[in-house]
Design a protein around this ligand. Sequence first.
Ligand SMILES: *[C@@H]1O[C@H](CO)[C@@H](O)[C@H](O)[C@H]1NC(C)=O
Ligand SMILES: *[C@@H]1O[C@H](CO)[C@@H](O)[C@H](O)[C@H]1NC(C)=O
Ligand SMILES: *[C@@H]1O[C@H](CO)[C@@H](O)[C@H](O)[C@H]1NC(C)=O
Ligand SMILES: *[C@@H]1O[C@H](CO)[C@@H](O)[C@H](O)[C@H]1NC(C)=O
Ligand SMILES: *[C@@H]1O[C@H](CO)[C@@H](O)[C@H](O)[C@H]1NC(C)=O
Length: 506
Amino acid sequence: MSRRSCSIYTVGIICALLLVLGIGLMVAQVFRTMMHNRLKKEIVLVEGSRVFESWKAPPPPVYMEFFFFNMTNEQEFLNGAKPKLKQIGPYTYREYRYKDNVSMVRDGAMVSAYNTKSFVFMREKSVGDPAVDSITTVNIPAWAVMNKAKGSFWKAPMVSIWMDSTGSGFFTTRTVDELLWGYEDPLLARVAPTNPDVEKVFGLMYKKNGSNDGEFVFHTGQQNSLDYGRVVTWKGESKLTFWKSNQSNAINGSDGSAFHPLLDKNERIYVFTPDLCRSIYMEFEKDVEVKGIPAYRFTPPRSVLASKEENPANEGFCISPEECLGTGLLKVSPCRKGAPVVASFPHFYLADSKYVDAFEGINPQRTHHQTYLDLNPTTGVIVRANKRAQVNVLMSRLSGFPKTRVLNETIFPVMFINESVVIDDASAARVHKLLTIVTLGSNFPLIIVGLGGIMLLIVIILLARDRKQKAAAEDDTSYSPVNLKEKEDSQNGTYIGLTQKGEPQA
Ligand SMILES: *[C@@H]1O[C@H](CO)[C@@H](O)[C@H](O)[C@H]1NC(C)=O
Ligand SMILES: *[C@@H]1O[C@H](CO)[C@@H](O)[C@H](O)[C@H]1NC(C)=O
Ligand SMILES: *[C@@H]1O[C@H](CO)[C@@H](O)[C@H](O)[C@H]1NC(C)=O
Ligand SMILES: *[C@@H]1O[C@H](CO)[C@@H](O)[C@H](O)[C@H]1NC(C)=O
Ligand SMILES: *[C@@H]1O[C@H](CO)[C@@H](O)[C@H](O)[C@H]1NC(C)=O
Protein backbone atom coordinates (compact mmCIF):
# COMPACT_ATOMS: atom_id res chain seq x y z
CA MET A 1 0.00 0.00 0.00
CA SER A 2 2.63 2.53 1.16
CA ARG A 3 5.04 1.41 -1.54
CA ARG A 4 2.47 1.91 -4.27
CA SER A 5 1.59 5.40 -3.09
CA CYS A 6 5.26 6.19 -2.99
CA SER A 7 5.72 5.24 -6.65
CA ILE A 8 2.62 7.25 -7.58
CA TYR A 9 4.18 10.19 -5.79
CA THR A 10 7.42 9.75 -7.69
CA VAL A 11 5.76 9.53 -11.08
CA GLY A 12 3.64 12.55 -10.22
CA ILE A 13 6.66 14.55 -9.17
CA ILE A 14 8.63 13.61 -12.26
CA CYS A 15 5.69 14.62 -14.45
CA ALA A 16 5.41 17.92 -12.61
CA LEU A 17 9.16 18.51 -12.98
CA LEU A 18 9.07 17.82 -16.70
CA LEU A 19 6.10 20.14 -17.07
CA VAL A 20 7.82 22.89 -15.14
CA LEU A 21 10.99 22.36 -17.17
CA GLY A 22 9.06 22.49 -20.44
CA ILE A 23 7.29 25.68 -19.49
CA GLY A 24 10.60 27.04 -18.20
CA LEU A 25 12.28 26.39 -21.53
CA MET A 26 9.42 28.04 -23.36
CA VAL A 27 9.56 31.03 -21.07
CA ALA A 28 13.33 31.08 -21.52
CA GLN A 29 12.88 31.42 -25.27
CA VAL A 30 10.52 34.29 -24.61
CA PHE A 31 13.05 35.82 -22.24
CA ARG A 32 15.86 35.43 -24.77
CA THR A 33 13.78 37.15 -27.43
CA MET A 34 12.94 39.84 -24.92
CA MET A 35 16.62 40.37 -24.04
CA HIS A 36 17.53 40.48 -27.70
CA ASN A 37 14.81 43.00 -28.44
CA ARG A 38 16.02 45.07 -25.53
CA LEU A 39 19.54 44.90 -26.99
CA LYS A 40 18.31 45.99 -30.40
CA LYS A 41 16.53 48.93 -28.75
CA GLU A 42 19.65 50.02 -26.90
CA ILE A 43 22.09 49.68 -29.79
CA VAL A 44 20.90 52.63 -31.87
CA LEU A 45 22.50 55.86 -32.99
CA VAL A 46 20.39 58.32 -31.02
CA GLU A 47 21.25 60.76 -28.26
CA GLY A 48 21.40 59.02 -24.89
CA SER A 49 21.67 55.45 -26.19
CA ARG A 50 24.19 53.01 -24.78
CA VAL A 51 26.48 53.29 -27.81
CA PHE A 52 26.09 56.87 -29.05
CA GLU A 53 28.93 58.51 -27.16
CA SER A 54 31.47 55.83 -28.01
CA TRP A 55 30.31 55.95 -31.63
CA LYS A 56 30.96 59.72 -31.75
CA ALA A 57 34.36 59.49 -30.07
CA PRO A 58 35.59 55.88 -30.00
CA PRO A 59 37.74 55.36 -26.90
CA PRO A 60 40.00 52.49 -28.11
CA PRO A 61 43.35 53.75 -29.42
CA VAL A 62 43.88 53.36 -33.15
CA TYR A 63 47.38 53.02 -34.56
CA MET A 64 48.29 53.67 -38.15
CA GLU A 65 51.53 52.11 -39.34
CA PHE A 66 53.08 52.97 -42.68
CA PHE A 67 55.51 50.65 -44.42
CA PHE A 68 57.41 51.72 -47.53
CA PHE A 69 59.14 49.70 -50.20
CA ASN A 70 62.61 51.07 -50.87
CA MET A 71 63.74 50.36 -54.43
CA THR A 72 67.37 49.34 -54.26
CA ASN A 73 68.29 48.58 -57.88
CA GLU A 74 66.78 51.36 -59.95
CA GLN A 75 69.43 51.37 -62.68
CA GLU A 76 69.47 47.59 -63.07
CA PHE A 77 65.67 47.56 -63.28
CA LEU A 78 65.71 50.09 -66.10
CA ASN A 79 68.15 47.75 -67.83
CA GLY A 80 65.77 44.79 -67.47
CA ALA A 81 66.56 43.30 -64.05
CA LYS A 82 64.00 42.13 -61.51
CA PRO A 83 63.25 44.98 -59.10
CA LYS A 84 64.58 44.53 -55.58
CA LEU A 85 62.44 45.96 -52.80
CA LYS A 86 63.19 46.39 -49.15
CA GLN A 87 60.37 46.95 -46.71
CA ILE A 88 61.03 49.93 -44.42
CA GLY A 89 58.80 50.55 -41.43
CA PRO A 90 56.73 50.88 -39.40
CA TYR A 91 56.32 54.61 -39.10
CA THR A 92 53.58 54.66 -36.52
CA TYR A 93 51.01 57.35 -35.87
CA ARG A 94 48.37 57.43 -33.19
CA GLU A 95 45.13 58.09 -35.00
CA TYR A 96 42.51 60.25 -33.31
CA ARG A 97 39.02 59.80 -34.67
CA TYR A 98 35.80 61.49 -33.88
CA LYS A 99 32.53 62.24 -35.59
CA ASP A 100 32.05 65.93 -36.32
CA ASN A 101 28.82 67.93 -36.75
CA VAL A 102 26.65 65.02 -35.68
CA SER A 103 23.02 65.86 -36.30
CA MET A 104 19.75 64.00 -36.64
CA VAL A 105 18.23 64.30 -40.10
CA ARG A 106 15.00 63.20 -41.78
CA ASP A 107 12.89 63.59 -38.65
CA GLY A 108 15.39 61.73 -36.50
CA ALA A 109 15.32 58.58 -38.61
CA MET A 110 18.93 59.08 -39.69
CA VAL A 111 22.07 60.71 -38.42
CA SER A 112 24.53 62.82 -40.37
CA ALA A 113 28.20 63.08 -39.44
CA TYR A 114 31.70 63.86 -40.70
CA ASN A 115 34.42 61.39 -39.79
CA THR A 116 37.45 63.41 -38.74
CA LYS A 117 40.87 61.82 -38.32
CA SER A 118 44.19 63.24 -37.20
CA PHE A 119 47.58 61.63 -36.86
CA VAL A 120 50.31 62.17 -34.29
CA PHE A 121 53.69 60.57 -34.86
CA MET A 122 54.99 58.07 -32.29
CA ARG A 123 58.77 57.90 -32.39
CA GLU A 124 59.05 54.99 -29.92
CA LYS A 125 56.88 52.74 -32.10
CA SER A 126 58.69 53.61 -35.34
CA VAL A 127 61.89 52.41 -36.99
CA GLY A 128 63.29 55.82 -37.72
CA ASP A 129 62.78 59.53 -38.20
CA PRO A 130 60.37 60.26 -41.06
CA ALA A 131 61.94 63.66 -41.59
CA VAL A 132 65.31 62.03 -42.34
CA ASP A 133 64.75 58.55 -43.75
CA SER A 134 64.66 58.63 -47.50
CA ILE A 135 62.90 56.18 -49.74
CA THR A 136 63.41 55.52 -53.43
CA THR A 137 60.11 54.72 -55.03
CA VAL A 138 57.91 55.29 -58.05
CA ASN A 139 57.55 58.94 -59.01
CA ILE A 140 53.78 58.97 -58.72
CA PRO A 141 53.24 62.57 -59.95
CA ALA A 142 55.30 61.86 -63.07
CA TRP A 143 53.31 58.71 -63.85
CA ALA A 144 50.06 60.55 -63.25
CA VAL A 145 51.05 63.37 -65.62
CA MET A 146 52.38 60.95 -68.27
CA ASN A 147 49.14 58.97 -68.11
CA LYS A 148 47.13 62.13 -68.66
CA ALA A 149 49.25 63.14 -71.64
CA LYS A 150 49.75 59.73 -73.25
CA GLY A 151 48.84 59.44 -76.89
CA SER A 152 48.47 63.20 -77.29
CA PHE A 153 50.39 64.62 -80.23
CA TRP A 154 51.60 67.76 -78.55
CA LYS A 155 51.07 67.12 -74.81
CA ALA A 156 53.28 64.03 -74.60
CA PRO A 157 56.42 65.67 -76.08
CA MET A 158 55.85 68.73 -73.93
CA VAL A 159 55.60 66.61 -70.77
CA SER A 160 58.80 64.78 -71.86
CA ILE A 161 60.59 68.09 -72.16
CA TRP A 162 59.32 69.25 -68.77
CA MET A 163 60.38 65.98 -67.19
CA ASP A 164 63.89 66.40 -68.58
CA SER A 165 64.15 70.02 -67.51
CA THR A 166 62.93 69.33 -63.96
CA GLY A 167 64.95 66.15 -63.62
CA SER A 168 61.82 64.03 -63.05
CA GLY A 169 62.43 60.34 -63.76
CA PHE A 170 60.36 57.20 -63.32
CA PHE A 171 61.57 56.99 -59.73
CA THR A 172 62.12 59.57 -57.05
CA THR A 173 63.89 59.69 -53.70
CA ARG A 174 62.01 61.51 -50.95
CA THR A 175 61.79 61.45 -47.18
CA VAL A 176 58.96 59.55 -45.50
CA ASP A 177 57.46 62.85 -44.34
CA GLU A 178 57.45 64.19 -47.88
CA LEU A 179 55.89 61.07 -49.35
CA LEU A 180 53.18 60.99 -46.72
CA TRP A 181 52.34 64.58 -45.91
CA GLY A 182 53.25 66.26 -49.15
CA TYR A 183 56.02 68.03 -51.09
CA GLU A 184 56.01 70.43 -53.97
CA ASP A 185 56.76 68.43 -57.07
CA PRO A 186 58.67 70.33 -59.78
CA LEU A 187 56.78 68.66 -62.63
CA LEU A 188 53.39 69.37 -61.06
CA ALA A 189 54.51 72.95 -60.50
CA ARG A 190 55.06 73.20 -64.29
CA VAL A 191 51.70 71.66 -65.11
CA ALA A 192 49.61 73.47 -62.48
CA PRO A 193 49.50 76.99 -64.03
CA THR A 194 47.73 75.72 -67.14
CA ASN A 195 45.57 73.10 -65.36
CA PRO A 196 43.56 74.61 -62.52
CA ASP A 197 42.56 71.21 -61.09
CA VAL A 198 46.18 70.11 -60.63
CA GLU A 199 47.85 70.82 -57.30
CA LYS A 200 51.57 71.53 -57.04
CA VAL A 201 51.89 69.45 -53.89
CA PHE A 202 51.79 65.67 -53.84
CA GLY A 203 51.63 63.37 -50.80
CA LEU A 204 49.93 60.05 -50.09
CA MET A 205 48.31 61.53 -46.97
CA TYR A 206 48.36 65.17 -48.14
CA LYS A 207 45.54 67.14 -46.45
CA LYS A 208 44.43 64.03 -44.57
CA ASN A 209 45.49 65.31 -41.13
CA GLY A 210 42.55 66.74 -39.20
CA SER A 211 40.25 66.46 -42.17
CA ASN A 212 37.28 64.30 -43.06
CA ASP A 213 36.22 62.28 -46.08
CA GLY A 214 32.87 63.94 -46.63
CA GLU A 215 29.42 63.83 -45.14
CA PHE A 216 27.95 60.46 -44.23
CA VAL A 217 24.29 59.85 -43.44
CA PHE A 218 23.67 56.69 -41.41
CA HIS A 219 20.60 54.71 -40.42
CA THR A 220 20.12 54.88 -36.65
CA GLY A 221 18.91 51.28 -36.44
CA GLN A 222 15.74 52.26 -34.61
CA GLN A 223 13.39 50.91 -37.25
CA ASN A 224 15.39 47.82 -38.10
CA SER A 225 18.37 46.75 -36.06
CA LEU A 226 19.98 45.21 -39.16
CA ASP A 227 20.30 48.76 -40.52
CA TYR A 228 22.25 50.01 -37.49
CA GLY A 229 25.11 52.18 -38.76
CA ARG A 230 24.38 51.44 -42.41
CA VAL A 231 25.45 54.24 -44.77
CA VAL A 232 22.51 55.86 -46.57
CA THR A 233 24.40 58.55 -48.46
CA TRP A 234 28.00 59.67 -48.85
CA LYS A 235 28.65 63.25 -49.94
CA GLY A 236 24.91 63.51 -50.56
CA GLU A 237 24.76 60.56 -52.97
CA SER A 238 23.31 57.12 -52.37
CA LYS A 239 25.42 55.63 -55.19
CA LEU A 240 28.96 56.05 -56.45
CA THR A 241 29.72 57.12 -60.00
CA PHE A 242 33.28 55.77 -60.37
CA TRP A 243 32.46 52.33 -61.73
CA LYS A 244 30.65 50.71 -64.61
CA SER A 245 27.86 48.64 -63.02
CA ASN A 246 25.15 49.46 -60.48
CA GLN A 247 26.43 46.65 -58.30
CA SER A 248 29.94 48.09 -58.20
CA ASN A 249 28.62 51.57 -57.55
CA ALA A 250 26.42 50.52 -54.64
CA ILE A 251 27.22 51.90 -51.21
CA ASN A 252 26.77 48.83 -49.02
CA GLY A 253 27.09 48.37 -45.31
CA SER A 254 28.50 50.61 -42.63
CA ASP A 255 31.61 52.80 -42.68
CA GLY A 256 33.42 50.20 -40.58
CA SER A 257 32.75 51.85 -37.23
CA ALA A 258 29.44 50.21 -36.31
CA PHE A 259 27.98 46.74 -36.84
CA HIS A 260 24.51 45.51 -36.00
CA PRO A 261 23.98 43.32 -32.93
CA LEU A 262 23.16 39.57 -33.10
CA LEU A 263 25.56 38.72 -35.91
CA ASP A 264 25.26 35.49 -37.80
CA LYS A 265 28.20 33.36 -38.93
CA ASN A 266 26.61 32.95 -42.34
CA GLU A 267 26.17 36.60 -43.13
CA ARG A 268 28.35 38.83 -45.26
CA ILE A 269 29.51 41.97 -43.51
CA TYR A 270 29.64 44.92 -45.88
CA VAL A 271 31.87 47.93 -45.34
CA PHE A 272 32.00 51.01 -47.52
CA THR A 273 35.57 52.33 -47.74
CA PRO A 274 36.07 55.79 -49.26
CA ASP A 275 39.85 55.06 -49.58
CA LEU A 276 39.06 52.24 -51.98
CA CYS A 277 36.12 54.12 -53.51
CA ARG A 278 33.96 51.00 -53.13
CA SER A 279 32.20 48.68 -50.73
CA ILE A 280 33.86 45.43 -49.79
CA TYR A 281 32.51 42.43 -47.93
CA MET A 282 33.86 40.11 -45.31
CA GLU A 283 32.98 36.56 -44.37
CA PHE A 284 33.26 34.54 -41.19
CA GLU A 285 36.64 32.89 -40.75
CA LYS A 286 36.85 31.60 -37.18
CA ASP A 287 35.94 32.11 -33.55
CA VAL A 288 38.38 34.20 -31.53
CA GLU A 289 38.51 35.74 -28.08
CA VAL A 290 39.84 39.18 -27.17
CA LYS A 291 40.21 40.23 -23.52
CA GLY A 292 37.79 37.44 -22.58
CA ILE A 293 35.13 38.62 -25.03
CA PRO A 294 34.06 36.02 -27.61
CA ALA A 295 34.18 37.25 -31.19
CA TYR A 296 33.72 36.18 -34.77
CA ARG A 297 36.56 36.98 -37.15
CA PHE A 298 35.35 38.35 -40.46
CA THR A 299 37.80 38.78 -43.31
CA PRO A 300 37.56 39.73 -47.01
CA PRO A 301 37.69 36.56 -49.11
CA ARG A 302 39.71 36.32 -52.32
CA SER A 303 36.54 36.87 -54.37
CA VAL A 304 36.32 40.52 -53.26
CA LEU A 305 39.29 41.53 -55.42
CA ALA A 306 39.10 38.65 -57.89
CA SER A 307 39.46 39.26 -61.60
CA LYS A 308 36.28 39.37 -63.64
CA GLU A 309 37.05 35.90 -65.01
CA GLU A 310 37.18 34.48 -61.50
CA ASN A 311 34.26 36.50 -60.16
CA PRO A 312 31.97 37.98 -62.86
CA ALA A 313 30.37 40.25 -60.25
CA ASN A 314 33.60 42.29 -60.33
CA GLU A 315 33.33 43.18 -63.99
CA GLY A 316 32.00 46.64 -63.11
CA PHE A 317 35.32 47.54 -61.46
CA CYS A 318 37.16 47.18 -64.73
CA ILE A 319 36.52 50.39 -66.61
CA SER A 320 37.90 49.46 -70.02
CA PRO A 321 38.65 45.91 -71.20
CA GLU A 322 42.33 46.54 -71.95
CA GLU A 323 42.80 47.89 -68.43
CA CYS A 324 41.46 44.85 -66.58
CA LEU A 325 43.92 43.53 -64.05
CA GLY A 326 44.25 40.10 -62.47
CA THR A 327 43.04 38.82 -59.13
CA GLY A 328 43.99 40.73 -56.01
CA LEU A 329 44.11 44.22 -57.50
CA LEU A 330 41.74 47.15 -57.77
CA LYS A 331 42.56 49.99 -60.13
CA VAL A 332 41.37 53.06 -58.28
CA SER A 333 42.21 55.62 -61.02
CA PRO A 334 38.55 56.72 -61.42
CA CYS A 335 38.63 58.22 -57.96
CA ARG A 336 42.26 59.41 -58.07
CA LYS A 337 41.86 61.91 -60.88
CA GLY A 338 43.00 59.29 -63.37
CA ALA A 339 46.38 58.60 -61.72
CA PRO A 340 47.47 54.98 -62.39
CA VAL A 341 47.04 53.92 -58.76
CA VAL A 342 46.23 50.31 -57.92
CA ALA A 343 45.08 49.08 -54.52
CA SER A 344 45.78 45.60 -53.15
CA PHE A 345 46.40 43.84 -49.88
CA PRO A 346 49.99 44.22 -48.57
CA HIS A 347 52.62 42.16 -50.39
CA PHE A 348 49.92 41.19 -52.90
CA TYR A 349 48.30 38.90 -50.34
CA LEU A 350 45.43 36.97 -52.05
CA ALA A 351 46.64 38.14 -55.47
CA ASP A 352 47.89 36.21 -58.51
CA SER A 353 51.36 34.91 -57.85
CA LYS A 354 52.72 36.62 -60.97
CA TYR A 355 52.52 39.97 -59.16
CA VAL A 356 54.45 38.56 -56.23
CA ASP A 357 57.03 36.87 -58.44
CA ALA A 358 57.79 40.08 -60.34
CA PHE A 359 59.75 41.37 -57.35
CA GLU A 360 62.45 40.39 -54.97
CA GLY A 361 61.43 41.17 -51.41
CA ILE A 362 57.68 40.59 -51.65
CA ASN A 363 56.42 37.84 -49.40
CA PRO A 364 52.68 37.67 -48.58
CA GLN A 365 51.74 36.18 -45.22
CA ARG A 366 48.27 35.86 -43.84
CA THR A 367 49.12 36.82 -40.26
CA HIS A 368 50.81 40.04 -41.30
CA HIS A 369 48.87 41.08 -44.37
CA GLN A 370 45.29 39.97 -43.81
CA THR A 371 42.53 42.49 -43.12
CA TYR A 372 40.08 41.37 -40.46
CA LEU A 373 37.38 42.46 -38.07
CA ASP A 374 36.78 40.68 -34.77
CA LEU A 375 33.19 41.41 -33.77
CA ASN A 376 31.37 40.32 -30.66
CA PRO A 377 28.37 38.52 -32.17
CA THR A 378 25.86 39.50 -29.48
CA THR A 379 26.51 43.24 -29.41
CA GLY A 380 28.24 43.82 -32.77
CA VAL A 381 31.02 45.66 -30.91
CA ILE A 382 34.46 45.74 -32.60
CA VAL A 383 36.85 44.06 -30.19
CA ARG A 384 39.84 44.07 -32.55
CA ALA A 385 40.40 45.12 -36.13
CA ASN A 386 43.22 45.35 -38.62
CA LYS A 387 42.88 47.16 -41.91
CA ARG A 388 45.75 46.50 -44.26
CA ALA A 389 46.04 47.90 -47.73
CA GLN A 390 48.77 48.62 -50.22
CA VAL A 391 49.22 51.43 -52.72
CA ASN A 392 50.77 50.42 -56.03
CA VAL A 393 51.42 52.21 -59.29
CA LEU A 394 50.77 50.69 -62.68
CA MET A 395 53.91 51.11 -64.80
CA SER A 396 53.39 50.40 -68.44
CA ARG A 397 54.43 51.44 -71.91
CA LEU A 398 52.83 54.76 -72.73
CA SER A 399 52.50 55.93 -76.31
CA GLY A 400 54.33 59.20 -76.82
CA PHE A 401 56.91 58.37 -74.14
CA PRO A 402 59.76 56.45 -75.80
CA LYS A 403 61.57 55.94 -72.49
CA THR A 404 58.75 53.72 -71.23
CA ARG A 405 59.41 51.27 -74.06
CA VAL A 406 61.97 49.37 -71.98
CA LEU A 407 59.33 48.58 -69.34
CA ASN A 408 56.99 45.63 -69.06
CA GLU A 409 53.65 46.21 -67.41
CA THR A 410 54.42 46.18 -63.70
CA ILE A 411 52.24 46.73 -60.65
CA PHE A 412 54.82 48.50 -58.53
CA PRO A 413 54.29 48.53 -54.73
CA VAL A 414 54.92 51.86 -53.03
CA MET A 415 53.58 51.67 -49.49
CA PHE A 416 51.19 49.75 -47.28
CA ILE A 417 49.29 50.57 -44.13
CA ASN A 418 48.45 48.58 -41.05
CA GLU A 419 45.68 50.34 -39.19
CA SER A 420 44.89 48.48 -36.00
CA VAL A 421 42.67 48.79 -32.99
CA VAL A 422 42.05 46.65 -29.90
CA ILE A 423 39.21 47.37 -27.49
CA ASP A 424 40.36 49.34 -24.43
CA ASP A 425 39.94 47.84 -20.95
CA ALA A 426 37.12 50.16 -19.86
CA SER A 427 35.06 49.41 -22.97
CA ALA A 428 35.83 45.70 -22.61
CA ALA A 429 34.52 45.78 -19.03
CA ARG A 430 31.31 47.44 -20.25
CA VAL A 431 30.84 44.80 -22.94
CA HIS A 432 31.44 42.05 -20.35
CA LYS A 433 28.78 43.52 -18.11
CA LEU A 434 26.30 43.78 -20.95
CA LEU A 435 26.99 40.20 -22.01
CA THR A 436 26.47 38.99 -18.42
CA ILE A 437 23.12 40.78 -18.25
CA VAL A 438 22.05 39.29 -21.57
CA THR A 439 23.16 35.77 -20.60
CA LEU A 440 21.57 35.88 -17.16
CA GLY A 441 18.46 37.56 -18.50
CA SER A 442 18.06 34.96 -21.24
CA ASN A 443 18.67 32.09 -18.84
CA PHE A 444 16.84 33.51 -15.85
CA PRO A 445 13.82 31.17 -16.16
CA LEU A 446 16.17 28.18 -16.41
CA ILE A 447 17.94 29.28 -13.26
CA ILE A 448 14.57 29.50 -11.49
CA VAL A 449 13.55 26.09 -12.85
CA GLY A 450 16.87 24.64 -11.69
CA LEU A 451 16.47 26.09 -8.24
CA GLY A 452 12.87 24.90 -8.14
CA GLY A 453 14.02 21.41 -9.05
CA ILE A 454 16.65 21.39 -6.35
CA MET A 455 14.12 22.61 -3.81
CA LEU A 456 11.64 19.97 -4.85
CA LEU A 457 14.31 17.31 -4.40
CA ILE A 458 15.13 18.54 -0.94
CA VAL A 459 11.43 18.46 -0.04
CA ILE A 460 11.14 14.91 -1.34
CA ILE A 461 14.16 13.76 0.63
CA LEU A 462 12.85 15.41 3.74
CA LEU A 463 9.41 13.92 3.19
CA ALA A 464 10.86 10.48 2.70
CA ARG A 465 13.00 10.79 5.79
CA ASP A 466 10.03 12.03 7.70
CA ARG A 467 8.00 9.02 6.61
CA LYS A 468 10.71 6.67 7.85
CA GLN A 469 10.84 8.50 11.13
CA LYS A 470 7.06 8.38 11.35
CA ALA A 471 7.07 4.66 10.77
CA ALA A 472 9.75 4.18 13.39
CA ALA A 473 8.51 6.53 16.08
CA GLU A 474 5.07 6.56 17.71
CA ASP A 475 4.43 10.27 18.28
CA ASP A 476 3.05 12.48 15.49
CA THR A 477 4.75 15.82 16.09
CA SER A 478 7.44 15.69 13.40
CA TYR A 479 5.15 17.39 10.86
CA SER A 480 5.72 20.95 11.89
CA PRO A 481 9.53 21.02 11.44
CA VAL A 482 9.11 19.85 7.85
CA ASN A 483 6.67 22.62 7.18
CA LEU A 484 9.07 25.10 8.64
CA LYS A 485 11.92 23.74 6.56
CA GLU A 486 9.85 24.00 3.42
CA LYS A 487 9.00 27.61 4.07
CA GLU A 488 12.57 28.50 4.81
CA ASP A 489 13.72 26.86 1.62
CA SER A 490 11.26 28.61 -0.62
CA GLN A 491 12.30 31.95 0.80
CA ASN A 492 15.90 31.04 0.29
CA GLY A 493 15.16 30.21 -3.33
CA THR A 494 13.55 33.55 -4.00
CA TYR A 495 16.40 35.29 -2.35
CA ILE A 496 18.97 33.59 -4.54
CA GLY A 497 16.88 34.38 -7.58
CA LEU A 498 16.88 38.03 -6.72
CA THR A 499 20.61 38.11 -6.20
CA GLN A 500 21.25 36.65 -9.61
CA LYS A 501 19.06 39.24 -11.22
CA GLY A 502 20.33 42.12 -9.12
CA GLU A 503 24.03 41.43 -9.39
CA PRO A 504 24.78 42.74 -12.84
CA GLN A 505 23.09 46.05 -12.13
CA ALA A 506 25.23 46.65 -9.04
C1 LIG B 1 66.70 53.21 -49.38
O1 LIG B 1 67.62 52.83 -50.37
C2 LIG B 1 68.58 53.82 -50.64
C3 LIG B 1 69.40 53.36 -51.82
O2 LIG B 1 69.49 52.00 -51.93
C4 LIG B 1 69.42 54.06 -49.40
O3 LIG B 1 70.37 55.09 -49.66
C5 LIG B 1 68.50 54.52 -48.29
O4 LIG B 1 69.24 54.69 -47.09
C6 LIG B 1 67.41 53.51 -48.07
N1 LIG B 1 66.47 54.05 -47.12
C7 LIG B 1 66.29 53.55 -45.90
C8 LIG B 1 65.29 54.24 -45.02
O5 LIG B 1 66.87 52.56 -45.52
C1 LIG C 1 59.77 41.87 -70.17
O1 LIG C 1 59.23 40.59 -70.35
C2 LIG C 1 59.98 39.77 -71.25
C3 LIG C 1 59.21 38.49 -71.47
O2 LIG C 1 58.40 38.18 -70.38
C4 LIG C 1 61.36 39.54 -70.66
O3 LIG C 1 62.11 38.74 -71.53
C5 LIG C 1 62.04 40.88 -70.47
O4 LIG C 1 63.28 40.70 -69.83
C6 LIG C 1 61.19 41.79 -69.62
N1 LIG C 1 61.77 43.12 -69.57
C7 LIG C 1 61.89 43.84 -68.47
C8 LIG C 1 62.47 45.21 -68.59
O5 LIG C 1 61.52 43.42 -67.39
C1 LIG D 1 30.44 71.87 -38.94
O1 LIG D 1 29.52 72.94 -38.80
C2 LIG D 1 30.11 74.22 -38.76
C3 LIG D 1 29.04 75.24 -38.49
O2 LIG D 1 27.89 74.98 -39.21
C4 LIG D 1 30.84 74.48 -40.07
O3 LIG D 1 31.46 75.73 -40.03
C5 LIG D 1 31.88 73.38 -40.29
O4 LIG D 1 32.50 73.55 -41.54
C6 LIG D 1 31.24 72.02 -40.23
N1 LIG D 1 32.26 70.99 -40.26
C7 LIG D 1 32.36 70.14 -41.25
C8 LIG D 1 33.41 69.12 -41.11
O5 LIG D 1 31.64 70.21 -42.21
C1 LIG E 1 48.37 66.53 -37.35
O1 LIG E 1 47.76 67.61 -36.67
C2 LIG E 1 47.99 67.61 -35.27
C3 LIG E 1 47.26 68.79 -34.67
O2 LIG E 1 46.14 69.13 -35.38
C4 LIG E 1 49.46 67.72 -34.98
O3 LIG E 1 49.70 67.66 -33.59
C5 LIG E 1 50.18 66.58 -35.67
O4 LIG E 1 51.58 66.71 -35.50
C6 LIG E 1 49.87 66.57 -37.15
N1 LIG E 1 50.46 65.39 -37.73
C7 LIG E 1 51.25 65.45 -38.78
C8 LIG E 1 51.77 64.19 -39.28
O5 LIG E 1 51.53 66.50 -39.33
C1 LIG F 1 50.09 45.59 -37.55
O1 LIG F 1 49.71 46.04 -36.28
C2 LIG F 1 49.49 45.02 -35.31
C3 LIG F 1 49.01 45.68 -34.08
O2 LIG F 1 49.76 46.80 -33.75
C4 LIG F 1 50.78 44.25 -35.10
O3 LIG F 1 50.54 43.24 -34.17
C5 LIG F 1 51.23 43.70 -36.41
O4 LIG F 1 52.48 43.07 -36.26
C6 LIG F 1 51.35 44.78 -37.47
N1 LIG F 1 51.59 44.21 -38.76
C7 LIG F 1 52.74 44.29 -39.37
C8 LIG F 1 52.79 43.83 -40.78
O5 LIG F 1 53.72 44.75 -38.84
